[in-house]
Design a protein around this ligand. Structure first.
Ligand code: PLP
Length: 361
């Protein structure tokens, strides 16, 4: 038995099958079918959002965001995230400017943003790391003062609330991922969430090749649509989302209790937020200790993940590591422990026992 860092949630097969029968009956597989529309509606209801578009994946959501906001030049961003946060900036012909993170929240440090702004800066693209919301007010204030757009990479933030509202509701635009490894998923998938009907319309056109009608094209678009089969998985999974969130909260709590007193550090969660417990990251005192723990866990068929590693400022197409000592250091010492819906208390206890034991020697 392998215990992996994540495992996709799977609904009862019969429930997915019932949706497939509908798809077979309608013979409508993609291009904004009824299940895709229903998923968008249900997500907006569940998260209390006005403007959301279901797209191919989280990476396309970020690319659509950068394009729709017409960003150019430099984009201030975080080195402590998944590679897609940086690669989409470069893919869209912009330059990432790396700003270091807070060692506590693991999110971009707002106190270091202003000194990185130049006359070429067009936006801030920050990640709500592991579902922990960024210092949203501070980032907003800086953006307003300097006329910058704000995009949040909210791939981890499904179910997180900040000041009582979904974390998706902040910034000019949020991009999220519904990939199979995420807390809520549609196998592959993602969404763009924005705050204005004009921006929504623009992203919707871009998602569909720039079509205004079957024979008219308004702007350069891409194929950012998703399919009925993917939407069906989302509709099945959404039924279980409260159970999924509750289970993760309980397992998170158990990890924290079992690992307390050890020379390890946890992420500080933003105050006034309802946290989704998307991941369980542990920061060890050194990379050497982390590697020792990983070896001990692997020996017992437990596969944690070095996430995020490496620091994105070290990518060969970025090379800004000198700007981000904290991210470089933390990315070498942080490990995400297994956390998913079918993980048992006994498995959490086993992981914690093995960590206790390997930290003793
Ligand atoms: C998963 C993830 C992405 C990419 O999402 P996909 O749906 O896999 O394309 C982007 N950013 C972060 C922080 C992620 O975790």
């Amino acid at each position: 038995m392998q215990i992996n860092v994540t495992k996709p949630f799977l609904p009862p097969l019969a429930e997915y099958h019932a949706y497939l029968e509908g798809i077979w009956r309608r013979e409508w597989l993609t291009n904004h079918g009824p299940l895709s529309s229903e998923l968008e509606l249900r997500l907006k209801e569940y998260l209390s959002l006005d403007y959301l578009l279901y797209v191919t994946n989280g990476t396309i959501a970020l690319q659509l965001g950068i394009k729709a906001l017409e960003l150019t030049g430099e984009i201030i961003t975080t080195p402590f995230s998944y590679v897609a946060t940086t690669s989409t900036i470069v893919w869209e012909n912009c330059t990432p400017t790396m700003v270091d993170i807070s060692p506590d929240t693991l999110n971009i440090d707002p106190a270091k943003i202003e000194q990185a702004i130049t006359d070429k800066t067009s936006a801030i693209l920050a990640t709500h790391v592991f579902g922990n919301p960024c210092a949203i007010e501070e980032i907003d204030a800086i953006a307003k003062k300097h006329g910058l757009k704000v995009i949040y990479d909210a791939a981890h933030a499904f179910g997180t609330k900040y000041h009582g509202k979904s974390a998706f509701q902040y910034g000019d635009l949020s991009a999220t991922s519904f990939h199979a490894t995420k807390l809520f998923h549609t196998i592959e998938g993602g969404a763009v969430i924005c705050q204005s009907p004009e921006l929504l319309k623009r992203v919707a056109e871009m998602r569909n090749f720039g079509h205004l009608s079957p024979t008219e094209f308004g702007l350069v678009g891409i194929n950012g649509k998703n399919s009925e089969a993917h939407a069906a998985m989302g509709l099945c999974n959404l039924k279980y989302i409260d159970e999924i969130l509750a289970k993760r909260r309980q397992l998170h709590q158990r990890y924290k209790e079992r690992l307390s007193g050890l020379p390890v550090r946890f992420q500080s969660i933003e105050r006034d937020c309802e946290y989704n417990h998307a991941y369980f990251p542990v920061i060890f005192e050194s990379e050497e200790i982390l590697l020792h723990v990983v070896a001990a866990l692997n020996l017992n068929s437990i596969n944690p993940r070095r996430y995020f590693y490496p620091s994105l400022s070290e990518l060969n197409y970025v090379r800004q590591a000198e700007r981000t000592p904290i991210s470089n250091d933390i990315s070498r010492r942080v490990l995400c422990l297994p956390l998913h819906f079918t993980l048992s208390d006994e498995e959490v206890d086993l992981v914690c026992r093995l960590i206790h034991r390997s930290l003793k020697y």
